[in-house]
Design a protein around this ligand. Structure first.
Ligand SMILES: *Cc1c(COP(=O)(O)O)cnc(C)c1O
Ligand SMILES: [Zn+2]
Length: 421
């Protein structure tokens, strides 16, 4: 696992170690991702250099992107000056129409489709790229369920380095074509994401100068998701929401939003108020939801079959940690059918003018299902995460929406439709 590269000592901000999530063993900050003692996953540990008011001022005077939180990320101090996609600072939309429809009080949508390649993956890739460069990697690579492919290919293009991206052959056309347009090497694989993830691990072991963002530089990649938590808290006026609903693929995003919230408390930027984290999956790939409902503390891999392809990870690396987070915070994990995914996309679009991809449809419908089951408090401040753009998953709704009428260009024809109102 430890790569025998001669690299400069990493200057990765306040990061001081990589710490095993299973046994707590600490190793130096470097291109490691598995614990030398137990092979458990490693996570970045910090010694904060700024806190409280001083940190808040630093953040508030920073750039309008994730680098305003650079002091809390494993990146070099000059990260904002190197060519990158500058993701983040996406809108936190007050969703009063959707709240009314669902019988809720205060609801917001954190709309991460506003990122440069239209999904939250630009955040994690930006942090992975910054760390990978510092650690001496030459190529940016990934196995992807689609959005990561877009983000890696675009970020590598801007940074002027090579990218190699592996995706399931059956991925949505929109995600394949957009990735190809950014250039780089795109390999379509006849297999599931889980097959491709295994392949990526094998390639990473052979190609020591390739940074597979979500494999061998995963500890750094995962930290990028904390910025979603930081932004939500800052956009609410430096406070934590009471409830968040987050889609789950590998589970990294959900666990890191929680980590981000806890850091803000520790750093004195928000009050230590209790919050609950809810996870959302599609029934056709719901290993974490199943484990939650069964009360298991491990996740049994499944074979994925759902239109929510961006969430189709049957063997989620962070699944057990999602269970920990959800159980610790009094949340839940729920899943919805593909029909409900489409209903969720349409509901968000017609109430708030936000056109989500299938992952967003999953999250909206899980919110509705949790409310109906009484598991989520309709009166508590709630943030729903929309992590991707519906223009990338048009096939999902192609069969259920369309024009109100198709007519020749005459006044009579229009009046005959009865649509004039
Ligand atoms: C990748 C992805 C997720 C989930 O990310 P994990 O961190 O792997 O759980 C959610 N939504 C969209 C749109 C994604 O592309
Ligand atoms: Zn360990």
């Amino acid at each position: 696992m430890t790569l025998a590269l001669s690299r400069p000592t990493a200057r990765l901000g306040a990061a001081v170690a990589l710490s095993c999530r299973e046994c707590g063993t600490r190793t130096e900050v470097g291109p490691q991702y598995a614990c030398p003692e137990c092979f458990g996953p490693l996570e970045v540990a910090y010694e904060w250099t700024l806190r409280g008011e001083e940190l808040r001022r630093e953040i508030e005077s920073g750039p309008e992107n994730i680098w305003r939180y650079a002091a809390l990320l494993p990146v070099p101090a000059d990260v904002a000056a190197t060519p990158n996609m500058n993701p983040g600072r996406t809108k936190l939309v007050r969703a009063d129409n959707l709240a009314r429809e669902l019988g809720m009080g205060n609801l917001w949508v954190k709309d991460d489709s506003g990122n440069p390649t239209h999904s939250f993956k630009d955040r994690v890739v930006a942090v992975a790229l910054a760390a990978a460069r510092e650690l001496g990697f030459q190529v940016l690579a990934c196995p992807s369920t689609g959005n990561l492919a877009n983000a890696v290919a675009a970020a590598a293009a801007r940074a002027g380095i090579r990218s190699v991206v592996f995706v399931p052959r059956t991925l949505e056309q929109q995600k394949i074509l957009t990735t190809a347009a950014y250039g780089g090497t795109l390999v379509a694989v006849d297999g599931s994401y889980d097959d491709i993830n295994r392949l990526a691990g094998q390639i990473a072991a052979e190609r020591e100068d390739w940074a597979f963002v979500n494999v061998n530089v995963r500890p750094f990649y995962a930290e990028g998701s904390k910025t979603l938590g930081y932004e939500v808290a800052e956009q609410l006026g430096w406070r934590l929401p009471r409830q968040v609903v987050i889609p789950v693929a590998s589970g990294a995003q959900l666990t890191k939003v929680d980590k981000g919230f806890r850091e803000l408390v520790e750093l004195g930027l928000v009050d230590d108020a209790s919050y609950s984290v809810f996870g959302a999956q599609a029934t056709g790939c719901s290993p974490v939801s199943t484990a939650f409902k069964q009360g298991w503390d491990t996740v049994r891999p499944v074979k994925a079959d759902t239109i929510a392809k961006s969430l189709a990870i049957g063997n989620p690396a962070d699944g057990p940690y999602v269970l920990d987070t959800v159980n610790r915070t009094g949340g839940a994990v729920e899943d919805v059918s593909d029909d409900e995914v489409v209903d969720g996309i349409r509901l968000l679009a017609r109430t708030e003018g936000i056109f989500a991809e299938t992952a967003g449809g999953v999250t909206v419908s899980v919110l509705r299902k949790l409310l109906a089951a009484g598991r989520l408090d309709p009166d508590a401040d709630t943030v729903l995460f929309n992590t991707g753009d519906g223009l990338k998953t048009l096939d999902a709704i192609a069969g259920s929406v369309g024009p109100s009428a198709t007519i020749p260009p005459t006044l009579e024809a229009f009046e005959a439709t009865g649509l004039a109102g």
